[in-house]
Design a protein around this ligand. Structure first.
Ligand SMILES: Nc1ncnc2c1ncn2[C@@H]1O[C@H](COP(=O)(O)OP(=O)(O)OP(=O)(O)O)[C@@H](O)[C@H]1O
Ligand SMILES: [Mg+2]
Length: 200
C-alpha cells in the first residue's frame, strides 16, 4: 500500500501557487529524500502528505484510500522544532505514552533516560525533546513517517546515532520514510530515491 501524492498543488494566498503538479510516491520500506531551496514548500508538502492540510489541487492516498481527518494518522510527521510539537503543560512521561506505550528497547535505542520522564518539556534540550517526538511517531500503527529536518539541531555524532536507530526500526517494520533535508550528504547516504521540490 504505497503513499501517493498526485498532481499536488498549494497556495496560502489566493492563486499564488507555491508549487503545482507534484507527483510522488513512496513504497513501504522505501526511503525517499525531499530537497529544494528554503521556502520552496517542503514543510507545506510534508503537512499535506501527512493529512494536516488539504491540497488545493490533487490528492494524497495510502493504499488507494484518502487520508481521513480526526482519525489515527498512518502518515506521521516529525517536525524540525520539537518544542512546537509537544504540549508544554504535560510531563514527558505523558507526552511519551499519549498514543501508545513504547517498549524499553525503543527508549534505549534513542538513549532516553528514565530521569527525563518526570521532567517538563522546558527542562529538556531540543535534541532530547526530539527523541520523544521520534518515539511518538514510531507508533505501531504508523505506515509512513515524514522526517522534516529532524536532526538539524543535533551534532554530527548524535545525528548519526539517531538516524541509525530510526532507520533500523523503520526497516524492521517496513515503514516508508520521507526525509526532508538540505544536507545532500545525508540524503545521498540514506535515501533510495530523491525528489526535488521547485526550481534551482
Ligand atoms: N501559514 C502560512 N501562511 C502564509 N504563507 C506561508 C505559511 N507557511 C509557509 N508560508 C510560505 O510558503 C512558502 C513555503 O514554505 P515552507 O515552510 O513550506 O518552505 P520550506 O521549503 O519548508 O522552507 P525551509 O527549507 O526554510 O524549511 C514560503 O514562501 C513561506 O513563506
Ligand atoms: Mg521547512
Amino acid at each position: 500500500m504505497p503513499l501517493i501524492g498526485e498532481n499536488l498543488g498549494y497556495y496560502y494566498q489566493k492563486e499564488r501557487w507555491i508549487f503545482k503538479d507534484i507527483h510522488l510516491s513512496v513504497a513501504p520500506g522505501e526511503v525517499l529524500g525531499l530537497s529544494g531551496y528554503s521556502g520552496c514548500g517542503k514543510t507545506t508538502l510534508s503537512r499535506i502528505l501527512a493529512g494536516y492540510i488539504k491540497p488545493r489541487n490533487g490528492r494524497v492516498t495510502v493504499g488507494g484510500g484518502e487520508l481521513k481527518r480526526n482519525a489515527f494518522r498512518p502518515v506521521q510527521l516529525i517536525y524540525q522544532h520539537p518544542e512546537k510539537a509537544i504540549n508544554p503543560k504535560w510531563r514527558m512521561e505523558d507526552v511519551l505514552t499519549e498514543s501508545y506505550t513504547p517498549s524499553q528497547d525503543i527508549l534505549d535505542a534513542f538513549e532516553i533516560r528514565d530521569e527525563w520522564l518526570k521532567r517538563w518539556p522546558l527542562e529538556l534540550s531540543g535534541g532530547q525533546l526530539q527523541r520523544f517526538c521520534i518515539v511518538r511517531a514510531l507508533n505501531p500503527a504508523a505506515k509512513y513517517i515524514i522526517a522534516d529536518e529532524m536532526t538539524t539541531m543535533l551534532d554530527a555524532i548524535t545525528q548519526a546515532k539517531i538516524w541509525n536507530a530510526f532507520l533500523r526500526i523503520c526497516r524492521s517494520r517496513n515503514i516508508g520514510v520521507i526525509v526532508v533535508s538540505h544536507e545532500a550528504a545525508l540524503l545521498n547516504r540514506i535515501c533510495d530515491n530523491l525528489y526535488k521540490v521547485g526550481r534551482d
